[in-house]
Design a protein around this ligand. Sequence first.
Ligand code: HEC
Ligand code: HEC
Length: 295
Amino acid sequence: MPKTLRQPTSSSPTSYGCLLLRFSLAVGLAMAPTGCERSAAPPVSAADLERGAYLVNQVTLCTTCHAERDWSLYSGPPVPGSEGRGGIVGVFGSSDFAPRIDAEALAPLSVKELASRLGARKGVGGRVIHLSPFLSGLEQLTPEDARVIAAYLKSPTPVVESSPPDPSRPVAELHDPIDTRARGEYLMRIGRCAACHGPDLSGGVEIEIPLGRSLPSANITIHPTAGIGRMNRAEFIDYFKSLDSPDMLRVVVPEGELNTAMPWPWLAGMAREDLGSIYDYLATQPAVDRAVAIH
Ligand code: HEC
Ligand code: HEC
């Protein structure tokens, strides 16, 4: 059994109904139990936090975007210590401010409230966030994944993971691995690949970044020459894994050279199984013959 952590009481504010019930009990009114005890947040397990960390740091990149990024370095990693503390998005020329989402800033929201906010565009409730088209996909998080992400961000353990993942870390299992292609499709939605690679994934999108220019996005359809079809499944996984190193966060881009908007340092830390699922999904999608020069 995984060790369970208790939610800090401040993170599960008493609902108005429960307050009313307490008041009624205090003044001696008879009332049937309303299930207030049941509405208390479920305990968060160590496995939940581990999975939340994986989804945040390797797939959805919440604290990487909600940060001050250093675009003099390859892929624009967050300035160390700024992860989750907010910053201007910058990518796509967006001057939107991504607010602070560290545990302190999120303290007024319960895990449940934060999780429902993440799915707000799907009509789950709460204030609608992530409306910009380049943020589209985040609202596709399953309620369970939104819950573990919320629990991780609100946990007293540091939100910040400034060093990339340990490759020997155990693989976090996704909850709905009905089939590997469906898992790949889901990961691509919540990883927002289409925001940069285009709706048909054939790339060629010029992505504006602060400080200089970025390579156009690659064609990641399965096309054998123009796309990723030049690699087999194992090679595709190895390609990402070859970039999975702490050194990736410190590569200086020489002046005048093109940088990349591709979040390599984080996506490269995805589990091999998950990268394989992405390949399996891409293999079922139409191949688009569109050559994009990215090297
Ligand atoms: C590519 C950048 C980007 C990524 C990735 C991203 N966000 Fe955001 N987020 C924003 C921006 C910009 C805003 C403010 C505008 C809006 O709400 O759309 C925002 C708003 C929010 C808000 C509302 C905060 C407030 O004080 O109003 C929360 C909460 C939030 N994001 C959490 C998350 C979580 C959790 C994830 C990961 C699952 C995530 N974000 C991923 C850019 C991003
Ligand atoms: C913020 C923009 C952005 C996002 C988000 C993004 N990419 Fe990319 N990607 C790029 C750019 C730009 C390139 C081309 C430059 C490079 O390779 O660094 C690229 C390159 C790639 C390549 C290399 C292709 C080749 O032929 O060498 C692969 C594979 C890839 N992306 C897959 C993905 C997947 C899968 C996701 C989602 C999980 C994703 N990308 C999300 C911008 C993005």
